[in-house]
Design a protein around this ligand. Structure first.
Ligand code: ATP
Ligand code: MG
Length: 243
């Protein structure tokens, strides 16, 4: 049992959950290392949603609601950390949910589908095809899912796949705590926030956008500004770290 008053309670709970999901074959061992990189950057933004991340989350809500066909692409880490949050975002945005894995096996896909379904997610299923311009199994996605989407939300994505989705002409929204990653710099919109804070914030924004606000947010989207604001936040915190 992790004591509730531990200063790193949330982080310890997340690690415990990821370790359990790794043992169950939902999270790839590589995913544990990727989470550690994320945690380091979360430390630097103060483990909270910054003002610029909140703006990005509102903009993401506007883009999902304005899409012809929005799809949330879910990997093992995202499913392990945020299955219930994905279900709530699906209800609020009407987006489809598709499981898409870097370390793909049919068994892992099956386990993740089951975990998501248990938390109320309606998961797209079908026969995947090699649609994304990448080698090997990373090209696989559902023709009626990511294959057909105009807007794709891909939390915790790899840089290559993010670039390949953009090459296909899709609008890519990502959640990535590292503002320097290739994913962060390649996506149309990058939310520099922890995934369990980001998804509920997008869900809340879906229900609270004022008339006309969504169009304004989309028209003024400037991802370089958002990334710079995240880096500024980290630099500012570092320069006062020992005061
Ligand atoms: P890229 O391929 O985009 O250059 P990378 O190779 O450094 O990035 P990947 O392992 O491909 O990293 O992707 C994982 C990304 O997800 C990392 O940048 C990490 O910062 C981020 N990340 C990990 N866990 C979380 C989390 N819980 N919330 C938000 N972001 C996270
Ligand atoms: Mg990568």
């Amino acid at each position: 049992m992790i004591p509730k008053d531990h200063p790193r309670y949330r982080s310890l709970v997340a690690r415990e959950r990821l370790a359990r999901c790794a043992r169950e074959g939902i999270v790839a061992l590589e995913g544990l290392a990727a989470h550690g990189r994320g945690e380091a950057f979360d430390y630097l933004i103060g483990e909270k949603t910054t003002g610029s991340a909140a703006l990005a989350e509102r903009t993401a809500a506007a883009m999902l609601l304005a899409a012809r066909h929005a799809v949330i692409s879910v990997n093992g880490n995202t499913a392990a950390l945020a299955a219930a949050e994905i279900a709530a975002l699906q209800r609020a945005s009407g987006a489809d949910v598709e499981v898409n894995l870097f370390h793909r096996t049919e068994e892992r896909i099956e386990r993740i589908n089951r975990l998501l379904t248990e938390h109320g997610v309606r998961v797209l299923t079908g026969t995947p095809e090699r649609i994304v311009p990448l080698s090997h199994d990373r090209a696989l996605c559902l023709p009626q899912g990511i294959g057909d989407a105009d807007v794709v939300l891909v939390p915790l994505e790899d840089g290559d796949r993010c670039a390949a989705l953009r090459e296909m002409g899709k609008t890519v929204i990502t959640v990535d705590l590292n503002p320097l990653s290739r994913t962060a710099r390649t996506a149309n919109l990058t939310i520099v926030d922890e995934v369990t804070r980001a998804l509920p914030a997008i869900t809340a924004a879906c229900a609270s956008l004022e008339p006309g606000e969504g169009e304004r947010l989309i028209a003024s989207l400037d991802n370089t500004y958002l990334l710079r604001a995240a880096i500024d936040e980290m630099r500012e915190r570092l320069s006062h770290a020992l005061e």
